[in-house]
Design a protein around this ligand. Structure first.
Ligand code: ASP
Ligand code: MG
Length: 467
């Protein structure tokens, strides 16, 4: 029985957190004799590594030194708390110091060159995880558990896309089995770096920010794990943002599709891409809270039979603008939508919601507020001729709006859901500015004023609780 468990930055971010993590690992030993642990860098470390590297590239000779100092303080402090006596602590300090030294010399090289390549950045940012796994493994040994830190450069074989590498699963499977299985069979807890891999030549790559979840899923697939557990600092996936809706509850089961919708519309859940390997292989995936390990968390499954009318969760993205292109001359003219979104794409902005009225006299879509100006001027340029001859009357933007999205695969084919949503909002005096429903019927999105976001979430959440 193989269990892959991933611990995020906050779960390894301090001595206390690492103790908590170790307790979770040790408490599950008897039930799960073969455990692969994937760890992120201590919280804040990856950001610091990026900051030092990019500042050096822009000619700043001071910041990366401060970063190195902070990294030493942070890690050495934790070592002194977790391993106060004995050789293990000293050896570990020396080891981590070497990583930081190497980071500093890479920063120095970047400073001299004035150039930071994605490949160099991957080498530099990979040390956060290399340090955290050594810390965790040492501490587990200190607690009497045989454990070994392993760099995923030995396991996860990727292509050459530095900063966003794609795993080559066949090679990864062979390498991971060969390297990890013998250790697992001996009862050694293997503690593997999240976030990183190596290309076929052995050059370190990273899977992109937040990539440790992906690492866990990749190894889950490669090792045919029986389960994958993602440990984080929240109680699984919630029915709403608990900061806006205090009654929010943990959702016990979610389908892959629902996770994807929630992630797209701003909920803080796993990135759907990162969990695809486990979900597609039907490996049970759990999201659990390090701070409440006794709670069961959320299970993510490939698909599940939904009970009718099931609304699962509500989520919101604030600080958006609704851009409207309108004009009587747009009626029946092909190509307006294509040109509109072509112009938007040239600004490199991702559109969050699109809606067009049936008379075709207007198209509206939501974009992040900070992109509004660029988009409107891009559209004015694209449609300068139509604006001149009044085929398009105006291009406007309504600022400070939010998208509130309701997710639930069980809404499919259930009549009356939209009606219930709209009356719930109407009862609370929340005005709906625009609406969109995906054809998958797995989500319905409503554009409301920014100021109405919390009220709208609460109103809809009351429906979830009562359904
Ligand atoms: N440490 C990396 C990051 O902060 C990867 C991760 O935490 O998942 O992006
Ligand atoms: Mg992280």
């Amino acid at each position: 029985m193989t269990l892959v468990m991933k611990f995020g930055g906050t779960s390894v971010g301090s001595a206390k957190a690492i103790q908590r993590t170790a307790n979770i690992i040790l408490n599950n030993r008897s039930e799960w004799p073969q455990q692969v642990i994937i760890a992120s860098a201590m919280s804040g470390v990856t950001d610091l590594l990026f900051e030092g590297a990019t500042s050096a590239a822009s000619g700043d000779a001071v910041t990366y030194r401060e970063v190195a100092k902070k990294l030493r303080q942070k890690h050495f402090q934790v070592i002194s708390e977790l391993l106060p006596t004995g050789d293990e602590g000293q050896q570990l300090t020396a080891q981590l110091d070497k990583f930081i030294e190497r980071y500093e010399s890479l920063c120095k090289a970047v400073l001299v060159l004035g150039e930071l390549t994605p490949r160099a950045l991957d080498a530099m940012t990979s040390i956060g995880e290399r340090m955290s796994v050594r810390l965790i493994a040492s501490y587990l040994r200190h607690r009497g558990q045989s454990a070994q830190a392993i760099d995923a450069t030995e396991l996860i074989v990727t292509d050459d896309t530095f900063q966003g590498a794609v795993p080559l699963m066949d090679n990864t499977t062979v390498c991971s089995e060969a390297r990890l299985r013998p250790l697992l069979e001996e009862g050694v807890v293997t503690v593997v770096t999240g976030f990183i891999g190596a290309n076929e030549k052995g050059v370190v790559t990273t899977l992109g920010r937040g990539g440790s979840d992906y690492s866990a899923a990749i190894l889950g697939q490669a090792l045919h794990a029986d389960e994958v557990w993602i440990w984080t600092d929240v109680d699984g996936v919630m029915t709403a943002d608990p900061r806006l809706v205090p009654e929010a509850q943990t959702i016990s089961t979610l389908s892959y599709r629902e996770v994807a919708e929630l992630a797209f519309y701003g909920a803080k859940v796993l990135h759907p891409k990162t969990i695809r390997p486990v979900v597609e292989n039907n490996i049970p995936l759990w999201i659990k809270n390090t701070f409440h390990p006794e709670k069961s968390g959320t299970e993510i499954v490939q698909e599940r039979s939904e009970s009718n009318g099931d609304i699962k969760a509500v989520t919101a993205i604030r600080n958006l603008s609704l851009v409207v292109v309108e004009g009587k001359g747009m009626l029946g003219v092909p190509g307006i939508a294509a040109r509109t979104f072509g112009a938007v794409a040239r600004s490199n902005i991702s559109v969050l919601l699109i809606s067009q009225a049936s008379s075709e006299q207007s198209i509206c879509f939501a974009v992040p507020a900070q992109a509004t100006k660029d988009i409107v001027s891009g559209l004015e340029l694209e449609f300068r001729r139509e604006l001149m001859c009044r085929d398009i009357d105006r291009i406007t933007a309504q600022e400070r709006v939010a998208i509130v999205t309701v997710v639930g695969a069980g809404m499919r084919g259930t009549p009356g859901i939209a009606g219930r949503l709209f009356s719930a909002l109407g009862d609370r005096q929340v005005n709906i500015i625009a609406i969109a429903q995906g054809s998958s019927e797995c989500s319905i999105s409503m554009v409301v004023d920014n100021l109405d976001t919390a009220e709208a979430e609460k109103a809809i959440h009351a429906l979830i609780i009562s359904s």
